[in-house]
Design a binder for this molecule. Structure first.
Ligand code: GLN
Length: 507
C-alpha cells in the first residue's frame, strides 16, 4: 500500500490523468496519497499555509461519483493542485503571506480557481509566498519561510516558493503561481521544476490580490512541460471580468508540447543576459542547453537587447508605484486585521488604519509602499514613474527587434542557484538582482518559461534555463521547451528531480 502511494505522488499530472481516466486509480486515492505526502514532508518544507484536507477529499469523491455515472470529464479531473495564497479561493483562507489578511476568507473564487474546479481539479491547499508577492526567496512571508526540497537550508525562490517547493517535494503534481517580475520562473529555476508566465492578459487576473496590475500574471508550476501545457489550457483564455484579459482562447499549448520540435526554429541568445554576475555553473548548463538545441537543428543566433540593463531600475519604480496604490485598500475596515492604537480612548479611522498597517505589513511591503508613494508624488512623478515608463517602452522595442531575428529567445532564468536562507535578507538590492533575467518579460508583457537545465557542478543544485516568446505566441515555449526537456532528460539520465535527495519523512 505504502509503495503504491509513494508511486502516485511521483507521477506527472498527465500520467495521473491517464490512470484516473482508465479507472486504475480513484481521485480519492490520488488526493489521499498527496495529503499523506504533505503530512510527511511539509513540516520540514513548509510549502503550505493551509491544507484543505476535507474539501480536497470531498472534491475528489465528487469526481469519482461523476466518473462512475459515466459523465464525460475533463482529462485533468481528479488531479490534485496547490494554489498560491495570493489567489482568492471561496471558503479557504487567503492571506497573500501577510498578517494583514490573517483570518480573511474570500466569499468568491478567482476566475482561474473557478476554471480549475470546473475541470474537476482537486485543490489541496494554499501555498506560502513572500508577503503580497514581494520577494525572491519566500523569506518575506509573515508565516515563516519555505525551504528548498533540494537542501532545506536554502531558499526555494520567491515570491512563489511555496508552489514550486510543493511540486518539487512531490506534495502536488501541479500548482498555480503568479509572476510579476519572475515569481513563477525564478522559483522553478532553483527547485528544478517547470514554471510558465503566460502572455500578460492570457490568464485572468480576476480574484488575484494585485501587486502591480500592469505586470501581474498567473501561470503553471509543474514538473514537466506537458503538464504546464495541460494546466495552461485550463486556466487561460478570455475573461470578461478582467479588463486587460486578451480576447482570445488559450494557446494550443498541449498540441505544441506533444509535437516538441526545434528543427529550423530560430533561437536568439540574449547577449546582455548571462555574462558577468552569473554563477559559473549556471553559465555552463546554459551553454550546454544552447549546444543541445544547435545539435537538434535549431538555428542559434545572438541578439542584443541593450535596454535590459535598465529593466531592474525601471521595475523597482513601476512595481512599488502600482503596489503602493493597490495596497491602499488594506485600511483595517474592509479585510482581515484590525489593530486599535494603544492608549487612545476613541481612535479615529485614520489612527486605526495607521496602527493596523504598522502592525500588519512587514518590512519589505513597507519599504515598497514608501518608495512607490514617493515616486508617484507630485513633483517627482515625471522624474521617476514617467521615466520608468519610457524605459519600459524601450525594453518592449528591444524585444520587437530581437523577435524580428528569432522565434524564441533564451537565457539563464536566474543568475545563481538557490542561496542560503538569510544570506540576502538584509540586503534588498542583492535580493532584487535575482530577477535581472526575468523582469524584462513582465515589463514587455511577453511570455516566458523556465525549465530545469541540470545541476551546477560547484554546488549540485538545479539551474534553470528561460525561454521567451512574442506576446500571444506562448505555444512556441511549449514546442521548444518540450524538445529541450527531452534532450536534457537524456543527458541527465531521466528527469532532474529524480536526483533530488530523499526528504526525511515525519512519522
Ligand atoms: N522578486 C520580484 C519582486 O520582488 C518579483 C516578484 C513577483 O514576481 N511577484 O518584486
Amino acid at each position: 500500500m505504502a509503495a503504491l502511494d509513494a508511486d502516485l505522488t511521483r507521477r506527472s499530472a498527465s500520467e495521473l490523468a491517464q490512470a484516473l481516466g482508465s479507472g486504475q486509480v480513484s481521485a480519492v486515492e490520488v488526493a489521499q496519497a498527496h495529503l499523506d505526502r504533505i503530512d510527511a514532508v511539509d513540516p520540514a518544507v513548509h510549502a503550505f499555509l493551509h491544507v484543505a484536507r476535507d474539501e480536497a477529499l470531498a472534491a475528489a469523491a465528487d469526481v469519482d461519483t461523476r466518473r462512475a455515472a459515466g459523465e464525460s470529464l475533463h482529462p485533468l479531473a481528479g488531479v490534485p493542485i496547490a494554489v498560491k495564497d495570493v489567489v482568492a479561493t471561496r471558503g479557504l483562507p487567503t492571506t497573500a503571506g501577510s498578517r494583514l489578511l490573517e483570518g480573511w476568507v474570500p466569499p468568491y473564487d478567482a476566475t482561474l480557481v473557478e476554471r480549475l474546479k470546473g475541470a474537476g481539479l482537486v485543490i489541496l491547499g494554499k501555498t506560502n509566498m513572500d508577503e503580497f508577492a514581494m520577494g525572491s526567496s519566500t523569506e518575506h512571508s509573515a508565516y515563516g519561510p519555505t525551504r528548498n526540497p533540494w537542501d532545506l537550508d536554502r531558499i526555494p525562490g520567491g515570491s512563489g516558493g511555496g508552489s514550486a517547493a510543493a511540486v518539487a517535494a512531490f506534495e502536488a503534481p501541479l500548482a498555480i503561481g503568479t509572476d510579476t517580475g519572475g515569481s513563477i520562473r525564478q522559483p522553478a529555476a532553483v527547485t528544478g521544476t517547470v514554471g510558465v508566465k503566460p502572455t500578460y492578459g492570457g490568464v485572468s487576473r480576476y480574484g488575484l490580490i494585485a501587486l502591480a496590475s500592469s505586470l501581474d500574471q498567473a501561470g503553471p508550476c509543474t514538473r514537466t512541460v506537458l503538464d504546464a501545457a495541460l494546466l495552461h489550457e485550463v486556466i487561460g483564455g478570455h475573461d470578461p471580468r478582467d479588463s486587460t484579459s486578451i480576447d482570445a482562447p488559450a494557446p494550443s499549448a498541449v498540441e505544441w508540447a506533444r509535437r516538441a520540435h526545434v528543427k529550423g526554429v530560430k533561437v536568439g541568445v540574449i547577449r546582455e543576459l548571462g555574462g558577468q554576475g552569473y554563477q559559473a555553473g549556471v553559465r555552463q548548463r546554459f551553454d550546454e542547453a544552447v549546444a543541445l538545441l544547435t545539435d537538434a537543428g535549431a538555428e542559434v543566433v545572438e541578439v542584443s537587447c541593450p535596454h535590459f540593463e535598465y529593466a531592474l531600475a525601471a521595475y523597482y519604480l513601476i512595481l512599488p508605484s502600482e503596489a503602493s496604490s493597490n495596497l491602499a485598500k488594506f485600511d483595517a475596515m474592509r479585510y482581515g486585521l484590525r489593530v486599535l492604537p494603544e492608549g487612545v480612548d476613541a481612535p479615529t479611522a485614520e489612527q486605526v488604519m495607521a496602527a493596523t498597517r504598522d502592525a500588519g505589513f512587514g518590512d519589505e511591503a513597507k519599504r515598497r509602499i514608501i518608495l512607490g508613494t514617493y515616486a508617484l508624488s507630485s513633483g517627482y512623478y515625471d522624474a521617476y514613474y514617467g521615466q520608468a515608463q519610457k524605459v519600459r517602452t524601450l525594453i518592449a522595442r528591444d524585444f520587437e527587434a530581437a523577435f524580428a531575428k528569432a522565434d524564441v529567445l533564451i537565457s539563464p532564468t536566474a543568475p545563481t542557484t538557490a542561496f542560503r536562507l538569510g544570506e540576502k535578507l538584509d540586503d534588498p538590492l542583492a535580493m532584487y538582482l535575482n530577477d535581472v533575467a526575468t523582469i524584462p518579460a513582465n515589463l514587455a508583457g511577453v511570455p516566458g518559461m523556465s525549465l530545469p537545465a541540470g545541476l551546477a557542478p560547484e554546488d549540485g543544485l538545479p539551474v534553470g534555463v528561460q525561454l521567451l516568446a512574442p506576446a500571444t505566441a506562448d505555444e512556441r515555449l511549449y514546442g521548444v521547451g518540450a524538445a529541450l526537456e527531452a534532450m536534457l532528460a537524456e543527458r541527465w539520465g531521466g528527469p532532474l528531480l529524480s536526483q533530488a535527495p530523499e526528504l526525511e519523512v515525519s512519522a
